[in-house]
Design a protein around this ligand. Sequence first.
Ligand SMILES: *[C@@H]1O[C@H](CO)[C@@H](O)[C@H](O)[C@H]1NC(C)=O
Ligand SMILES: CC(=O)N[C@H]1CO[C@H](CO)[C@@H](O)[C@@H]1O
Length: 842
Amino acid sequence: MRAMFPSSALVLILITLGSVCFAFDVTYDNRAIKIDGERKLIISGSIHYPRSTPQMWPSLIKNAKAGGLNAIETYVFWNAHEPVQRQYDFSGRLDLVRFIQDIQRQNLYAILRIGPYVCAEWSFGGFPVWLKSLPGIELRTNNDVYKNEMRIFTTLIVNMLKKHRLFASQGGPVILAQIENEYGNVEWAYGDAGWKYVEWCKDTALGYKLDIPWIMCQQDNAPSPMISACNGWYCDQWNPKSNSTPKIWTENWTGWFKDWGSADPHRTAEDLAFSVARFYQLGGSLQNYYMYHGGTNFGESAGGPYITTSYDYDAPLDEYGNLNQPKWGHLKELHLVLRSMEKILLYGDRVDNNHDKWGTRSVTVYSYRGQRACFFSNADTSQVFTFDFEGVTYHIPPWTTTILEGCYKEVYSTSKVNAQTSIMIKADPEPEGEDDYGSEEAPPLEWQWTTESVMNVDHQGLLAGTHLASNKLLDQKIATNGTSDHLWVLTSFDINMKDPVWGKSKIVLQVKTEGHVLHAYVNGFHIGTQYGETSHFSFVFERAIKANFLKDGKNYLSFLSSTVGYPNYGDHFDTWNVGILGPVKLIAKAFGGDVKKDISSSQWIYKTGLQGAQLGFQSGNSRHARWQVNRRPSNKELVWYKTTFPTPLGTDPVVVDLQGLGKGAAWVNGYHIGRYWASVNSPEDKCSIDCNYAHSYHPEDCNTNCGKPTQRWYHIPRDFLRNDGENDLVLFEELGGTPELVKFKTVTVGSVCLHAYNHQTVTLSCQGGRRFSDIKFASFGLPEGGCSHFRNTRCHAPRTRQIIEDACIGQKSCTFDVSQETFGVLEDCKSQDYRLAVEAVC
Ligand SMILES: *[C@@H]1O[C@H](CO)[C@@H](O)[C@H](O)[C@H]1NC(C)=O
Ligand SMILES: CC(=O)N[C@H]1CO[C@H](CO)[C@@H](O)[C@@H]1O
């Protein structure tokens, strides 16, 4: 326990800044983070500013606050801010200061995880790829070249925030900062140098004299005064090694991310609430939802490799910023209960009474100055926990924590979800200037197209731009510096067609690549395309070259090698190679054995990026593009497509359906909305219809969307759209597909279901100005079944439906008490555990 911020210094700062704003004094003890000397219960959620847009930030933060959070956490994304060494970008989605100020405006705390290694499923874990080109560099270890770059960047961030007085010691919202990230998981792989690096991180951080505590998550041996923190699905059993630091949970995974080729993971509201309630039961004082809003991996920011553009994460706010119900609402109730008990939990005495050796079934009593709070918890996966407490018999269902005010009044149960379930739909948008066109189809889109030119070593476009020559094959990171997914790898070879081996036999091109996608051309003719998978990026490409593609003498060999995100996790992940590293061979399949010609050490020419991108095709109005209307190709690789569309009315989020296309990249009005890969499906058999939450979560537990495109819908934030006039959508199609099925939709609540317990006050809500139009089901009593298959039992209040209709039809939202007073007295009931079930259409 130590004060990080002597009060004399506080006074000094206030005087020197001459500022009217109040500085907060942030310290900690073994129980909690303390603000102005008071222990604080902190419930935080991760929102990564570049995964949404400045227009979205205020409403994301507002919905987080309404969801009961009192802090927002973000990483800082080095490679987004410094894409080229010493050229910085803090504009638009990268305006970190504005994001933190938005948090401040809504009176929330901020937690700043600078890293600058961040993992985060972000390309290269946030490291600029150009770091790899600095001579002598080794990342994440005690290496001077690396430490120098890291220090320059972290110093820049710290100074920028200081300048805007965003640290708590200056009156700002930032109460905690983090350096490095999850290094404890990999430190062993860096030996002695790893430990020296951790010490250096500490010294660097403390050198900034921010007068706020620093954390190092997943770093059990974090050197004092750095606070170690836990990351995981559950952190209730985790305790800090140091007895002077509080129990902090920096990453509580609310769901999981998705790879191209996998199904949609879900983590239930019940399980997530259970993990959080147990964490606070067992002495936790700060926890952060990773993610509270996952958002979108715009541009080429997704990592992996092979992580999708959607980073929805099944978070409480969905990819587009909508409430993900019932998760958002169920957690909100928990947060309000926990925060109402803040003093008792953080200042009280805690007594745990375990009913078995492992504490699977446990009763925790907190008491403080005559006030009490209890947690009854059952981590058994199948048995009900039945016990007597102060003369009352309790039955706690499996995988449930129940919280009792004053230890007698149940105020929350993690397995009783009272919040509405929202069934989201993709609705037809109403275009500007037209009246409601009802069920009529939107007019078909008009498409234009042009092709990407296939480079060769003598191509004019190549010679006009910058390129790189090498007589050995290069790692793609080194050749591109991470500035584009696409790299042309070019050479030429001579063949003497008069030589019987080369003239008469079947000639095969064989290429070993470390991934991720390879397109091969000989003399401009397409020979084939191949890609790797999440678990094995590298592959050997082998295709026959048709005899008439070859010429006597000089032949051009062109590869377009594409990356689908750089790796972001693992010890030394930065040293994994990518791209064509060879060997590259021509093999003549002749009688009497194969004759091989290894051309790996020819003269190679490297050209980063697409020709079309260099000419500005993605902005839609490039004068250099020869857009054509007729004879639109379908299923041809390397084609650019372009169309225009009106801005949908209203406020609901906008998405584009890219069904029918293969793989590529999409831009709206020049904004890169991300990679798409609509032709890759999720596995047929990884989904489960009934999702049982009563066990330790695993990302494969509750999958949906099997056998369908991994990602069919792509988010177009409204700040990318024009207020008046048409918008451009440009696609670069890499594999081949057709744009015929492309459609624009808005995402909104289609219908809602409710299954609430007696004595609750509940609200049903539509979204985006829509109103309730129909009540499909309503029963107060003992209804059975679930959403879309509710049914009455004999225990049913007959007027329920009428009452709900009167309250809700024509309304955007409606609120009522679930009780006999509202719906009428019940007869014919075996139990008094009354519930209200409703299914309503927006
Ligand atoms: C990549 O960036 C580094 C650092 O700025 C620079 O030294 C190197 O020349 C760049 N490489 C290429 C291929 O542009
Ligand atoms: C240990 C580990 O894999 N940590 C990662 C867990 O997941 C989050 C995001 O999904 C990453 O940011 C962590 O680094």
